[in-house]
Write a protein of this length. Structure first.
Length: 291
């Protein structure tokens, strides 16, 4: 908690799930014809994640946390369970993605699908040494009803997760391509403040938000006593643009996925791979502490 609250670094998002894994592998230089079936696909994505986690630059000096896919939590890196390896060997705080995907859009928002196994998954995460969780929903329009429903669901589930002693990362992502993005951000800010104010003093959460059109729009959330940290998703922005926007928001740190793996390739030698990830980590770190 001290490491997360200090915020001297960023959180790596290594939580691509079944639906997004083929694209992540493609960007990494591995096409669909290189593997057969989900088993081989998940073996390859785990190898990519393990390679990133073992890179010399991937340490708690600049990477304070990492979000894992459930199957990644269940696997090992360098002979240790992934969460144990991250914390004990790298000084990186482990989080677990817990959502099961999105419902169809209603009132301009996509809520999370039901999670009937959440309590069992949280219990496994605690046993594995995981610190917190992450769950994503999406906002596609500046619709007050949709945004309120989206945020209400996030906090309902967050309270369930808090009951297990885990710190939830609440992620109501705003689609960066919508024409009313700025208006949606104003509505989201109000909905988040209302829900945060209703938490008890001992209920601490994190927020993962799309980088806003107005710099420092989310500063009231950064300063809120129930918020351990506000992190930003890259949301489809290039790393350069995401870093530029991030640097304009005081107290907000990065939690990038695609922007983190941009430029990495399975075909690179270890020397080339480690040099690329080191440059990437440093650029995201600098943007995270710039504000």
């Amino acid at each position: 908690m001290e490491k997360i609250k200090a915020g001297q670094g960023f959180i790596a998002a290594l939580d691509q799930s079944g639906g997004s894994t083929p694209k992540a592998l493609r960007l990494y230089g591995i096409d669909e014809d290189a593997y057969s079936g989900d088993g081989q696909m998940f073996d390859l994505i785990h190898a990519m994640r393990a390679r990133i986690a073992q890179a010399p630059a991937f340490t708690g000096d600049k990477v304070i946390g990492a979000i894992l896919f459930e199957m990644t939590m269940d696997r090992e890196i360098a002979g240790k369970p992934t969460a144990t390896y991250l914390w004990e060997d790298r000084g990186v705080v482990p989080f677990l993605k817990v959502d099961k995907g999105l419902e169809d859009e209603e009132n301009g928002a996509q809520l999370m699908k039901p999670m009937p196994e959440l309590d069992a998954l949280c219990a496994r995460a605690v046993k594995a040494g995981v610190f917190g969780t992450k769950m994503r929903s999406v906002i596609n329009a500046a619709n007050a009803d949709g945004i309120k429903a989206n945020v209400a669901q996030q906090f309902d589930v967050a309270r369930q997760i808090l009951g297990h002693g885990l710190i939830p990362i609440i992620e109501p992502e705003i689609n960066i391509s919508i024409p009313d993005k700025s208006a949606a951000e104003d509505l989201l800010l109000a909905a988040l403040k209302s829900q945060l104010d209703a938490l008890s003093d001992d209920q601490i959460v994190m927020l993962k938000l799309t980088l806003p059109e107005t710099p420092n729009l989310y500063k009231p959330l950064v300063d809120h006593p129930r918020v351990a940290s506000v992190v930003a998703l890259s949301g489809g922005y290039t790393r350069a643009e995401a870093n530029e926007r991030l640097g304009q928001n005081t107290g907000v740190i990065a939690s990038f996925s695609r922007a983190l793996t941009e430029g990495l390739s399975a075909q690179q030698s270890d020397t080339e791979f480690n040099a690329t990830i080191a440059d990437t980590i440093d650029s995201i770190y600098q943007a995270s502490i710039a504000g």
